[in-house]
Design a protein around this ligand. Structure first.
Ligand code: DX5
Ligand code: ZN
Length: 216
């Protein structure tokens, strides 16, 4: 089954004093959703934003908001993110808490649920949850910052996961650009997360088309 490619644009490294403009850029470039990197400085080495800021973001764009929670205890704050308008929640299997409970809570609130795997975490760890979740997000950099280099070893994880499931959404996050997109798509990913490649491109709409596997 060939899934349509969804491009989710991360705004992690952008200028939050001009958030409205940043979000319009994502819309005008043809991004399918906004990827929000929530980092608590404990789970990963950076501190970003939380529900208060996302509540404001919700008013500035009509695009779906996807929260990528890089926080120690995601279960504690899930509801806050869904209440301010996130339609999809990604939580790390490496964080604390019971994955079954987290998945259930997210679905009870009618949001979609994705499990995230760090570059060093095996695909086998997510197998027990595949039937209950909507997506698996494979990190292709270590969580924390935009602009890092793609870790090519994760390509075999994408392939392996696609062999296990033709249905599940496979998202890839980190270091995706003109060069790394081809092997990522041919390995079977169908949700592409990117920040620096899109924003640093002179033609952002073209960059998003490239991420969808289109040449022009
Ligand atoms: C890293 C974040 C990514 C990051 C991607 O912790 O999860 O979403 O913003 O940025 P680029 O595309 O620049 O690697
Ligand atoms: Zn992310």
């Amino acid at each position: 089954m060939n899934k349509e490619i969804h491009v989710s644009v991360s705004i992690l490294a952008e200028d939050f004093s001009i958030l409205e403009k940043v979000l319009k850029t994502v819309e005008n470039a043809g991004g399918d959703s906004v990827h929000l990197d929530v980092i608590d400085g404990v789970f990963a080495p950076n501190l970003t934003f939380g529900p208060v800021v996302i509540k404001g973001i919700r008013k500035l764009t009509t695009l779906p908001l996807h929260a990528h929670l890089m926080i120690k205890d995601p279960e504690k704050y899930l509801e806050n993110y869904i209440n301010v308008g996130c339609s999809q929640i990604y939580f790390h299997l490496e964080s604390e808490g019971n994955p079954e409970n987290i998945i259930e809570k997210i679905h009870e609130m009618n949001a979609k649920c994705g499990i995230v795997l760090n570059p060093d975490t095996s695909v086998d760890t997510v197998k027990p949850y595949l039937k209950q979740i909507d997506a698996v997000l494979i990190m292709s950099v270590h969580p924390g910052f935009s602009g890092q280099k793609f870790i090519p070893e994760v390509l075999s994880k994408i392939k392996k996961l696609r062999e296990i499931s033709s249905e599940i959404d496979i998202a890839v996050d980190g270091g995706i650009n003109d060069e790394t997109i081809e092997p990522v798509l041919s390995s079977g990913a169908n949700v592409i997360v990117a920040n620096s490649y899109v924003f640093s491109s002179p033609d952002r709409a073209r960059a998003v088309r490239r991420l969808k596997g289109l040449n022009e």
